[in-house]
Structures are given as structure tokens and as C-alpha cells.
Design a protein around this ligand. Structure first.
Ligand SMILES: *Cc1c(COP(=O)(O)O)cnc(C)c1O
Ligand SMILES: [Zn+2]
Length: 413
């Protein structure tokens, strides 16, 4: 790491000059590296020898001190599954699912939060705060618990109960803000400044992009350095899609992949700030946020510049889907692949289906869906889409009758 560059005013800043955002204009920052130096130790063969299957195998491209010790939980190197049946059904060459619900606290947010804990410890902080729709805070709380730090997490009071319970069980101080995620965000920044807490919040702390890019590194390596043609991901603040794009860009710059994928950002029609910006003048403005997919229920996206840049530079696009299609995609994904995703993660699948229906995706395409969170995070949403179970007295003939009644064909013994 050699410095920072502001995404708004393009000014460069030295390492010691910056706390979180651009000291001149308040814009978000990109972390800069000396890629010529990184390239020496960062080769396909060096990675092939590395037995550390976590995000920390990419340490030469992460902004942490040589002496820093990462939290002990196993973050990253989540599996990629190939679904031949869904690829056939939708008429694409390959359909891949990266299941980040397999992380320690069951979401993608473990990647940036693990890095936040390292940076906070380097800064000598004891308390880390974040605003969150749920997952970012849960991930921070879990990572803090693993190293004995304390977290103060600001979530909207109506966050899914499973996420709130996760926060409580990890020992976070949980602030249930009577308002939206956007309200929780503003209060968290204000409180962090007033009380001197280390600030993790997405789209403010420049290192969160660096944690998020590790998923792109894994995708390249796990697919034997043949990146997919398209990557679909749910977009709220825009930090994940921006981080993935930074990761693919760095892999290409280092000569580890030949071409980078097109980034497809998926939002709900009920929280469309990034979609509207991409379809308009490229500048994000505040929009209503009322989607059931709580993790992408963002009215004021805090990392919009990086997200829009990712979509435009990669030749990708932003796509809006209905909440109904998000809900139904949870079940069709689970039944088709065995992977249970939370609404914001299943949105990637809903966006893929949408673009297939409109004929945008060619038969030669290799597509990866970034599944960002586990379905157990939000049971209430999933439960709205399922058939009831078969209620029965503990008696075989009653069972036979009840199963026949729901249309189950019982084979003769
Ligand atoms: C945070 C999150 C997103 C969206 O990420 P942004 O960086 O806010 O765009 C998508 N899915 C899940 C499960 C998340 O937790
Ligand atoms: Zn600036």
C-alpha cells in the first residue's frame, strides 16, 4: 500500500494524511499499491503452494502491516458450485454460484469486517462501530468477539430478528435505530466522531473495498484463472460490486487473468438508487428504499461512485427486479441447487433470470452469481413462499391419506 486516491476529486493522499475519507472534498478513497513490487511475490505458482485457504492468502494485496495478526476465524475461500441443470434451463454455457453464506457469521461481510478488526488493532482502537442493515454489524461483532474487542452496531430497529440475535449473542452493543438504514448510518458516523470509536461503516472506511475484493481473487483462482463473463451481485451501498471490480482489475493488471467479467448490479425496484443512476446521468441520488431484501434496502448509497464505475468500466449493467421475483428466486435457487440464500443474495439470481428473459445473455456465456448471505438470516421472508408441511397424527394410514390429499403418489409396496 502506497497511498490513497479520491474517487471524487482524484487527489492523491499519503498514508499518514488520511483517516477515512478525502481530507479535501470528503469523497471516498481508493487504496493504491505498488503493483510492480506486488507482482514479484504474487504469482500463480506462489498461490498454488499456499496452504492458507482464507482471505489472508492474498496478503501482498491487502493493506495490512507485516506484523499484524488476523482474527482466527476462517474467512473466505468459500465454495463455487456449478449448476448444470440451471445452465441448461436458462440457456447459458455455465452457471456458477459462489456461496458466501458459508462464512463464519454467514455472510460476505465477514471479509471486510475481518480487515476492519486488523486495521482497528493497528490503530490501537478498543471499540469499533458500524452502521449496518444487519450483516455488516453481525460480521463485525463476530470478528470482534474472536479477538476480544468491543463493537457498537447501529441497525434499523426492524432488521430481521435472526441478525439482531446474532449481534446480541456475539456481545455487541446493539443500537436499534428507530428509522431506516440510512438514518442508522448518519447516527453511527456522528457517534463515531463524537466518541472516538474506530469507524467500519461501508462507503466511509476505505479498507472495506479491500476486504471485499478478496472474493474476486478467489473466483479467479478457483476457476483456474479463467474469470467468468458476467458476475451478478445484489447492490445496496455499492461497496461489494465496487470491491469485486477492484479485485478483478488488479488480477488483470498483474497478468493473472486475461479479461475481467462484466459486473451486473441487481437492485429491487423498491430501492433503485444505483439502477436509476446507471440508466440516467451516472450520478446517484437519494431514492425511496422499501424492499423486503433488507441487505440492499438503501436509499442513499454510500459507495455509489465505485459501484457505478464498476458497472460502466466493465461494460456491465444495473438491473432492477421486483420483490416478488426476489422472493420466488429464493425457493427456485434452493430447490435447483441446494443453496439457501437470503433475499439480497437471491436477488442476484432474480437479476440473472430477468436478463435471460429479455434475451440479453448469450448461450456462450459463463455466469457467476455472487451469493452474499445465508437464507437462515431471514426466515420470515423465505417462509412467505413455501408450501405448508403435511400435518398428521402419528399413524401410517392417516399419513397415507394426508399425503394422497396433497397429491403425493404413493408407490405400492
Ligand atoms: C451488504 C449486502 C449486500 C450489498 O452490498 P453493498 O456493498 O451494500 O452493495 C448484498 N447482499 C448481502 C447479503 C449483504 O449483506
Ligand atoms: Zn477528494
Amino acid at each position: 500500500m502506497i497511498g490513497f486516491e479520491c474517487v471524487d476529486c482524484s487527489r492523491h493522499h499519503a498514508l499518514g494524511e488520511v483517516e477515512y475519507v478525502c481530507p479535501q472534498c470528503g469523497g471516498n478513497l481508493d487504496v493504491l499499491y505498488d503493483y510492480d513490487r506486488v507482482a514479484h511475490g504474487f504469482t500463480r505458482s506462489a498461490l498454488q503452494q499456499d496452504r492458507n485457504f482464507t482471505i489472508w492468502r492474498y496478503r501482498p494485496l491487502l493493506p495490512i502491516d507485516a506484523a499484524s495478526i488476523p482474527p482466527p476465524l476462517t474467512v473466505g475461500w468459500t465454495p463455487i458450485y456449478e449448476s448444470k441443470s440451471l445452465a441448461e434451463q436458462f440457456g447459458v454455457k455455465q452457471l456458477l454460484l459462489k456461496d458466501d453464506g458459508r462464512n463464519p457469521t454467514a455472510s460476505f461481510k465477514d471479509r471486510p469486517s475481518a480487515l476492519a478488526v486488523v486495521k482497528a488493532r493497528e490503530a490501537g482502537a478498543r471499540i469499533i462501530t458500524t452502521a449496518s442493515s444487519g450483516n455488516a454489524g453481525v460480521a463485525l461483532a463476530g470478528m470482534c468477539a474472536s479477538v476480544g474487542l468491543h463493537s457498537v452496531v447501529f441497525v434499523p430497529a426492524n432488521a430481521p430478528p435472526a441478525k439482531i440475535t446474532q449481534l446480541q449473542i456475539y456481545g455487541a452493543t446493539v443500537v436499534l435505530v428507530e428509522g431506516s438504514y440510512d438514518d442508522a448510518y448518519d447516527l453511527c458516523l456522528e457517534a463515531g466522531r463524537a466518541f472516538g470509536w474506530y469507524q467500519r461503516s461501508t462507503g466511509y472506511n476505505p479498507f472495506m473495498t479491500e476486504g471485499k475484493k478478496t472474493a474476486a481473487f478467489e473466483i479467479c483462482e478457483q476457476l483456474n484463472w479463467e474469470a467468468p463473463d458476467k458476475v451478478f451481485v445484489g447492490v445496496g451501498d455499492g461497496c461489494i460490486i465496487g470491491g469485486l471490480w477492484k479485485g478483478f482489475s488488479e488480477m488483470r493488471q498483474l497478468g493473472l487473468i486475461e479479461s475481467a467479467p462484466q459486473m451486473i448490479g441487481v437492485q429491487s425496484e423498491r430501492a433503485p438508487a444505483i439502477v436509476d443512476a446507471c440508466n440516467g446521468d451516472g450520478v446517484a441520488r437519494e431514492r425511496p428504499a422499501q424492499t423486503i431484501a433488507d441487505s440492499i434496502n438503501v436509499g442513499k448509497p454510500r459507495d455509489a461512485v465505485k459501484a457505478i464505475r464498476a458497472i460502466r468500466q466493465s461494460g456491465g449493467r444495473a438491473v432492477a427486479v421486483t420483490d416478488e421475483s426476489i422472493l420466488s428466486s429464493i425457493g427456485s435457487l434452493a430447490r435447483g441447487t441446494g443453496v439457501f440464500a437470503e433475499p439480497a443474495a437471491a436477488a442476484a439470481f432474480a437479476g440473472f433470470i430477468r436478463l435471460c428473459e429479455t434475451g440479453v445473455i448469450g448461450r456462450d456465456q459463463r455466469v457467476l452469481l455472487m451469493l452474499t448471505g445465508n437464507g437462515l438470516k431471514d426466515i420470515a421472508a423465505a417462509a412467505r413462499t413455501v408450501r405448508p408441511g403435511i400435518k398428521v397424527r402419528p399413524d401410517l394410514s392417516a399419513l397415507k391419506e394426508a399425503m394422497t390429499a396433497v397429491g403425493f403418489r404413493i408407490p405400492r409396496a
